[in-house]
Design a protein around this ligand. Structure first.
Ligand SMILES: *Cc1c(COP(=O)(O)O)cnc(C)c1O
Length: 346
């Protein structure tokens, strides 16, 4: 039996009588689903006696059109977490190496261990960014996959297009490089990664995207990969048959049709994120650049204190090692975070 580390999900808030509580521990979208998306999901429920369309034709076609890529360059998964498992399972034999930054997404070491592959972790820089030079040096002839997380969950900074291109120039073409863009829609920075341009130029690059964050469908489990045909085919080949259910497919298609409205919500969340970030820096907190829908507090031995104080104020945050990740949520929840941050800094 392999020793697979457990995935620890973000906790829901403890119910506190007389106090609204907020879950800021899982990077979820705080907005409720749009009525049109709910209607599409309801309609799909009517046929639950049938298997879903195994080919997910509508969703593949809608995505292919939207992205301007051939449908056979796409692979759907039950959340992009599933695609991470599929990719490592498909490309790694026991003992093969997977390089990724640490700290980064919790699911990476789990997926690597589950495949009996070897995790080669490269520490983040002092400002919580990927150390791409060190990551390139960590690649050996046993390396099959590199996982890049941009923006990096849980710390926040994103890669630039230039540094990603330089990294890809330095990595041998037999290595599959995953660009995990779960928070793509929240990025606002100069020289941001243009994932589709990178995928078009490089036969070893895979983009992972999800409907869970910006599109607010975390509960339905839909993500997708954009990759050259052979890699996309490998991902589809090892996928669980009928994994993405009919309701999820319908909701994802409806979400792409309602993209304009959903991206306006993302704009509002980005505004909140930047408001929170600026206020924290004004208070004297030294936090890394936040390009996702969350902020990172490097706290060292104050992690447990911070999490407990947050809990007392009705917000649940996510302690991860030597820091705490807090999702940008409703303005009221964000205000409570700022109050807490003000009290703790004093
Ligand atoms: C949330 C997240 C995902 C995707 O999650 P799914 O809900 O499985 O689509 C992937 N990568 C990172 C870094 C994430 O934070």
């Amino acid at each position: 039996m392999l020793q697979i580390p457990a995935y620890v999900p973000g906790r829901p808030p403890t119910v506190r009588p007389g106090m609204t509580t907020y879950k800021l521990s899982s990077n979820e979208n705080p907005y409720p689903p749009l009525p049109g998306v709910i209607a599409a999901a309801h309609a799909a429920v009517e046929t639950m006696n049938r298997y879903p369309d195994a080919g997910s034709m509508m969703l593949y076609d809608t995505l292919a059109q939207r992205l301007g890529v051939p449908a056979d360059h796409l692979a759907l998964g039950t959340g992009s977490v599933s695609l991470i498992y599929q990719l490592i399972g498909a490309f790694c034999d026991p003992g093969d190496e997977v390089v990724f930054a640490w700290r980064s997404f919790e699911a990476y070491p789990i997926a690597v261990t589950a495949a009996d592959a070897r995790a080669v972790t490269v520490p983040l820089t002092a400002d919580a960014r990927h150390d791409l030079d060190a990551m390139a040096r960590a690649v050996t002839d046993r390396t099959r996959v590199v996982l890049l997380c941009t923006p990096n969950n849980p710390t926040g900074p994103a890669l630039t297009h230039t540094e990603l291109a330089e990294f890809l120039d330095a990595v041998p073409p037999h290595v599959v490089v995953v660009v995990d863009e779960a928070y793509l829609e929240f990025v606002r920075m100069p020289d941001a990664v243009d994932g589709l341009a990178v995928y078009r130029e490089r036969p070893n690059v895979v983009l992972f995207r999800t409907f869970s964050k910006a599109y607010g469908l975390a509960g339905f489990r839909v993500g997708y990969a954009v990759a050259p045909a052979p890699i996309a085919a490998a991902l589809r080949a090892v996928a669980l048959p009928f994994g993405v259910n009919a309701v999820a497919q319908a909701a994802a298609v409806a979400s792409l049709e309602a993209e304009k409205e959903l991206l306006e919500r993302v704009d509002a969340l980005v505004e909140e994120r930047d408001r929170v970030g600026a206020a924290l820096r004004d208070l004297g907190w030294d936090i890394p650049d936040a390009q996702g829908n969350f902020v990172w507090f490097p706290l060292g031995d104050r992690v447990a204190d911070f999490a407990r104080s947050a809990e007392e104020r009705g917000i649940v945050v996510r302690p991860l090692g030597d820091g705490v990740r807090v999702t940008v949520g409703e303005p009221e929840a964000n205000d409570r975070l700022l109050q807490l941050a003000a009290d703790l800094v004093r």
